[in-house]
Write a protein that binds this ligand. Structure first.
Ligand code: GLN
Length: 486
């Protein structure tokens, strides 16, 4: 079997068993990137030399009898994670010249696990988007249909793994940016509980919502990677000091007897019927495995999109104020004075969507509108939290669609922000409540993947992963590869 058809777990096992070296694996993926990246635009930076160095070090470790499950396994990082000596653009002109002096915790931990860095992936500018069309580096294409979007904002990571230019990649999810692109490209994408994965060195968008995670071929691979990146980090003030379970060894927990909640609000108007059918078919698989399906209502959940589009812009308007042309990043030519430096550096460095968010955020935080918008949104956020809390007294997990439709065409929604925002209608709730959630592929509609979403209570990543794994033992949707990239 060709190396790119193997999962990260399989590659790790093969390297340890001496079936092939990490260097051979790295060269194989670098060749695929070389041949495929022009078509997909998935990578902003390819780190070929670094990959070969990492691979040789991994091979030496294995020879010395050291190394673990991920030693020698290649991966790509979303270009939002700071990497020392390597460009970190965040998909923006503002950071098109930025080399961080340090590694993000996620980067550091995966390097310590012996992984091999292939490069940094394209993304929506500052992670604001659902289609990867807001990137300064141009749109990413979906390997299932290159005229369609891969989703966003972790679209480069999604396209890279879906086309097997990398076996696995990191992502971040503020309102759905791991789960939505995972759904649209046929991957398993996990957003852990808020506080589970350190945000240190992850460029901030909306700090109370941002969470790092992984885009993988299966729940098994996702579990392996998550285990490596999760855990307390004193450098992130919201990092939670709780032990990290060995996710990969807990995948076989049975779903028999599990109480599965079906959120009524997720199956109403707006859900594409064929997508809904695929999700229903997946629910039947759980029923046949002995899970008990319970329909329930989370009445505040339909308010999650408007709530998010007050809270997230408010936080981003504050976070992005650091990009002023003074300390790092883009600086305009020949500023007349300080104000000119600020306004032109920001005016020229940020794209349209980022500016829209900064303006919205500044408005909702302004003295006259704070109570009417920001404070109100925080109250609704509490209602959404309470809905989930109540649901989890009745059920063990919640299941539903990840996205209302399969991947849409490039250009189809760029001029209509509200329609674009509505794409995240099913994913945003878990961010507002800080819950762990994943998307796993559950079918193809006209040749395009659709995702099943699993949401769990806080810190129940093991359960969420096991629920997806049980499904992946019964079905093979997660093994499907875009025909043009097999
Ligand atoms: N699509 C959402 C937005 O544009 C979510 C992005 C994200 O999760 N980073 O804000």
């Amino acid at each position: 079997m060709s190396l790119h058809l193997k999962s990260a777990a399989e590659l790790g096992r093969g390297i340890r068993a001496g079936e092939y070296s990490s260097e051979e694996v790295a060269r194989h993926f670098l060749d695929r990137i070389d041949q495929g990246n022009d078509r997909l635009n998935a990578f902003v930076t390819v780190t070929a030399e670094r990959a070969l160095e990492d691979a040789r070090r991994a091979d030496a470790a294995i020879k010395a009898g050291e190394g673990g499950a991920l030693t020698g396994v290649p991966l790509a990082h979303k270009d939002i994670f700071c990497t020392s000596k390597i460009l970190t653009t965040c998909g923006s002109k503002m950071l098109s010249n930025f080399v961080s002096p340090y590694d993000a915790t996620v980067v550091e931990r995966l390097a310590a696990a012996g992984t091999v860095l292939l490069g940094k992936t394209n993304m929506d500018e500052f992670a604001m988007g659902s289609s990867n069309e807001t990137s300064f580096y141009g749109p990413v294409r979906n390997p299932w249909d290159e005229n369609r979007v891969p989703g966003g904002s972790s679209g480069g990571s999604a396209a890279a793994v879906a086309a097997r230019l990398a076996p696995v990649a990191t992502g971040t999810d503020t309102g759905g940016s791991i789960r939505q692109p995972a759904a649209l490209t046929g991957l398993t994408g996990v957003k852990p509980t808020y506080g589970r994965v350190s945000r240190y060195g992850m460029i901030a968008f909306a700090s109370s919502l941002d969470q790092g995670g992984v885009l993988a071929q299966s729940a098994e691979d996702a579990a392996l990677l998550l285990e490596a990146i999760a855990g307390f980090d004193p450098r992130d003030s919201t990092s939670v000091d709780a032990p990290v379970p060995a996710y990969a060894t807990q995948l076989d927990r049975p779903v028999k007897g599990l109480k599965v909640g079906i959120i009524r609000e997720f199956f109403g108007e707006g859900l594409d019927p064929a997508t809904g059918d695929a999700v229903q078919a997946a629910l039947e698989v759980y029923r046949s495995l002995g899970a008990e399906l319970v329909e329930l209502s989370l009445p505040a959940l339909p308010l999650s999109v408007p709530t998010y589009y007050v809270v997230a812009p408010a936080e981003c308007s504050s976070n992005l104020s650091r990009f002023d042309g003074v300390r790092f990043g883009y600086r305009c030519e020949d500023p007349k004075d300080l104000l000119d430096l600020y306004t032109r550096s920001r005016g020229e460095g940020f794209g349209a969507e980022v500016k829209r968010r900064i303006m919205t955020g500044t408005y909702v935080l302004s003295a006259g509108y704070y109570d009417a918008y920001y404070l109100k949104a925080q109250k609704v956020r509490n209602l959404i939290n309470a809905d989930f809390k109540r649901a989890f007294t009745e059920v063990d997990v919640l299941l539903g669609p990840t996205c209302p439709t399969p991947a849409f065409g490039i250009g189809a929604k760029v001029d209509d922000p509200i329609t674009m925002y509505l794409n995240d209608i099913y994913t945003i709730g878990a961010n507002l409540a800080g819950l762990p959630a994943l998307s796993a592929p559950c079918g193809l509609v006209d040749g395009l993947p659709v995702g099943l979403q699993v949401i769990g209570p806080h810190f129940a990543e093991s359960r969420v992963l096991a629920v997806a794994h049980a499904y992946q033992r019964e079905t093979d949707w997660h093994r499907r590869i875009p025909p043009a990239w097999a």
